[in-house]
Design a protein around this ligand. Structure first.
Ligand code: NAP
Length: 528
């Protein structure tokens, strides 16, 4: 059994006292590791700021990009070990494990590319100098520089690799040191990645610290130049946003939280088309990939009333095939693994019960106890569950499926009249989501949907027949696109190419003479 500790103040901390948690394989419940809490978090915060910050800021964007490339190569050369660890410790199939680990490498590569484009400049010139008065030579120009604090990253359990590395890539490129705290329950993979980073010794001293176990008093030590990027539940997000030191110091906080993502089957969608097949394939992927434990997974499926019977039948059949291949991911034939923890299983079952107040189960048994390759009753398994609501319940913003995110392989079919207004009203009832998707060949419908839906979303995927073959499943987050949504989704914004750097930089208006600005600030070069 492994012992997991924190890497703080330039050293792995000793495993003092009793462990605070035991990590298990969620398919077999076999213990894998114990976690020890760290002390002296005030010192770690100061060390990151005072040692890591100057070291990173001494480098140009291009040089920091080279660090990201080195990290990407490091993960690649240890990929097999990391995939195995994701499978054993996170209940991931090999495909799920790749989604997490390769996704982490993808963000590093994308931000190494952004660094290439930003080049040797020490700061980002956000715009060209603007004239203040027509008769004056005084100009104003916006410049973004790395904040002189620590980037504190608190991550959710579902993406131990992508969550940690995705956030770190952007902060390090911006020039901010990182203290990364993964969710305790699945931190074995994040811990191994941290070990690799430390062993490789590619980052400047203090640029990367790793906190195992709970956050303890970490947030008591935040200051005005620090940034907190949190991913997790709305409840913990609200605690962080309302933390005394965060409020007192006006600390910049980014929250990525719950989301009731929706897909809209357009009024023109017909069985037998590639677009219909794509909509079904995506729905199956989003319910079952990572066992539905993705913040971007589809939770609400809007279907025109006339197409409902067909969609229910096809989807139930396809999900049934997945249900038959749910079990221990160590078994090669398995297509869906368990939930990550016993608590997640209990929460998901309770969530399904709550959804049943406003919808009925049309496929799946939440209490099923026998799965492929595991002893009956062992492991944290839940087969795919499909629910369906009436049109009346779908249109009611108070319905449970508009309020409760069941973090598992669970979605609800919602009939609507095929009009944009009705679809938009249903999606708005989710009060802000990370992503929604429209499947339609009707350009008028899609255009109207963009206008009605986009303000309520961080990302909107539009699929038509022509692009159906090359389309990506909507739950796939690409570093080039914004990740984060308004309202319930936390009102955060991460990734999105150079936009992602905004979280870790301070934009300052520099005001001065036109020629002086040109001489001191140099010529604008932006990756945007
Ligand atoms: P969680 O229980 O909110 O935990 C998230 C993180 O917060 C963990 O690292 C946890 O540490 C830490 N934490 C807990 N209490 C804290 C406190 N008082 N102060 C500081 N940190 C604290 O969420 P989860 O169960 O890991 O993740 C599931 C949720 O995340 C779902 O609701 C899902 O929608 C959301 N999610 C959102 C996104 C997104 O990008 N929007 C992505 C993934 C997941 P411990 O583990 O040590 O308790």
């Amino acid at each position: 059994m492994r012992t997991l500790t924190s890497y703080l103040l330039g050293a792995w901390q000793p495993a003092a006292g009793e462990p605070s948690a035991t990590l298990v394989n969620p398919a077999t419940e076999e213990p894998l590791a114990v976690v020890h809490r760290a002390q002296d978090l005030d010192k770690a915060v100061a060390y990151g700021r005072d040692v890591g910050g100057p070291g990173l800021r001494a480098l140009t964007f291009k040089q920091r990009g080279e660090l990201l490339s080195a990290l990407s190569k490091l993960l690649y050369s240890n990929r097999e070990e990391l995939l195995d660890l994701a499978m054993v410790s996170g209940g991931c199939t090999r495909g799920d494990a790749k989604f997490d680990v390769d996704g982490a490498m993808g963000v590093l590569a994308a931000y190494a590319q952004v660094a290439e484009e930003l080049g040797e400049q020490p700061w980002i010139l956000d715009d060209d100098p603007a004239s203040i008065l027509r008769t004056s030579k005084i100009r104003v120009q916006h410049v973004s520089l790395p904040r002189h604090g620590l980037a504190i990253h608190i991550n959710a359990f579902n993406f131990p690799a992508w969550g940690m590395i995705g956030k770190a890539a952007v902060a390090l490129l911006a020039g901010m040191p990182v203290l990364s705290k993964p969710a305790t329950s699945t931190c074995l993979l994040a811990h191994r990645i941290a070990e690799l980073i430390v062993e490789a010794n590619v980052l400047p001293a203090g640029a990367f610290q790793f906190l195992a176990g709970s956050a303890g008093d970490l947030l008591d030590h935040v200051g005005p130049q620090d940034v907190i990027a949190f991913t997790g539940s709305a409840a913990v997000g609200a605690k962080i946003r309302g933390h005394r030191a965060v409020l007192a110091n006006n600390v910049r906080v980014n929250i990525e939280a719950d989301s009731l993502n929706a897909v809209v089957f357009g009024p023109d969608l017909e069985q037998g088309t590639e677009l219909f097949d794509l909509a079904i394939r995506d729905a199956v992927t989003e319910l079952t990939q990572k066992t539905g434990q993705k913040c971007t997974a589809t939770r609400r499926i809007l279907v025109p009333e006339g197409l409902l019977d067909t969609v229910r039948e096809v989807l139930a059949e396809r999900l049934g095939e997945r249900a038959a291949k749910t079990g221990d991911p160590a078994d090669k034939g398995v297509k869906m693994g368990p939930l990550a923890t016993a608590q997640q299983l209990a929460d998901a079952r309770a969530g399904i019960k709550a959804l049943e107040a406003d919808a009925k189960i049309v496929r799946g048994n939440p209490e099923r106890a026998e799965f492929e390759g595991v002893e009956a009753g062992k492991g944290f398994f839940l087969e795919p569950i499909l629910l369906e609501a009436s049109a009346e319940a779908a249109a009611n913003p108070a319905s449970a499926f508009h309020r409760i995110e069941v973090f598992g392989p669970v979605a609800t079919l919602l009939p609507y009249d095929g009009g944009v207004e009705a679809a938009a009203a249903i999606i708005r009832a989710g009060e802000g989501s990370l992503v929604s998707t429209v499947y339609s060949d009707d350009r008028e419908f899609t255009g109207a949907a963009i206008a009605a839906l986009a303000p309520h979303l961080g990302r909107l995927v539009i699929n038509d027949e022509k692009n159906a073959r090359g389309a990506f499943s909507p739950g796939c987050v690409f570093p080039q696109g914004n990740h984060g949504g308004p309202g319930r989704a936390g009102c955060g914004a991460e990734l999105g190419g150079t936009f992602g750097l905004d979280l870790y930089t301070q934009r300052t208006a520099i005001q001065g003479g036109a020629s002086q600005l040109a001489r001191v600030l140099g010529k604008r070069k932006s990756a945007n």
